[in-house]
Design a protein around this ligand. Sequence first.
Ligand code: CP
Ligand code: NVA
Length: 301
Amino acid sequence: MKHFLQFKDLDAEELAYLFARTRVIKERFKRYEPYHPLSDRTLVMIFEKASTRTRLSFEAGMHQLGGSAIYLNTRDSQLGRGEPVEDAAQVISRMCDLVMIRTFEQSIIERFAAHSRVPVINGLTNEYHPCQILADIFTFIEHRGDIRGRVVAWIGDANNMLYTWLQAAELLGFTVQVSSPVGYQVDPALAGSSAACMRRFDRPIDAARGADLVTTDVWTSMGFESENEARRRAFADWQVNEELMAAADPQALFMHCLPAHRGEEVQAEVIDGPRSVVWDEAENRLHVQKALMEYLLRGRL
Ligand code: CP
Ligand code: NVA
């Protein structure tokens, strides 16, 4: 049994398989061909934080593969009333085939997985967002080909997205040029060996220079709302704008996992402009996660 709790739970060869499989599944979907490899299978989705894309893509994806999906959140289940994670994992995993969790600390999802009888997928934690990076890399490959040897510019907070990009860079052989404000920079302990794939820059424009992909995220991630005001001040100069995009490679793409705040981390002209692929990126959550669920439940087909 395999879990997907962080990006490096898959190796480079499995990732290549998943991206190839995603292409097949996406093409079938676009041709309206029914494909039900997960009939009678049930996915439980547990949300301790808000979501639009993650819920929709997992729920729709599971239905499209012939299975069903059940949504649980902390507000109206026993999960918010102090039932131990280990007990919840024992019970939930006896009644379903697959679990997706969006929560706070990575340790919560790890404790759940350690007591689960079925595969567990990380739908975002404070530390990682591996399903999003699967979609982002698949999107890059669709538009620009292999990501090996390429340069990704990360402008902004050292958050769950950045740590996942770093793990992907180590596995797939690309570089991440990072610029974050003082106080919000990469924690070397969390980056681990993937820090070797990172180049750090004080000024955001220097991180963008020559990049094949420029990407950013909100100044304040979910769970950190109490830091909002301090972050607004600290991140004021960390915006992806047209000047910054002009420093990147002429073919550079722009990505954002969404939801975005125009006028904060990204200028409207960039996210709504010709180099932005954010809608493909969001749609691809559906296709990569269908390939992932098929792989975790059925192996290679
Ligand atoms: N990008 C992403 O995970 O979006 P949601 O928070 O809407 O799920
Ligand atoms: N870094 C953001 C991503 C949202 C999809 C957050 O954790 O809130």
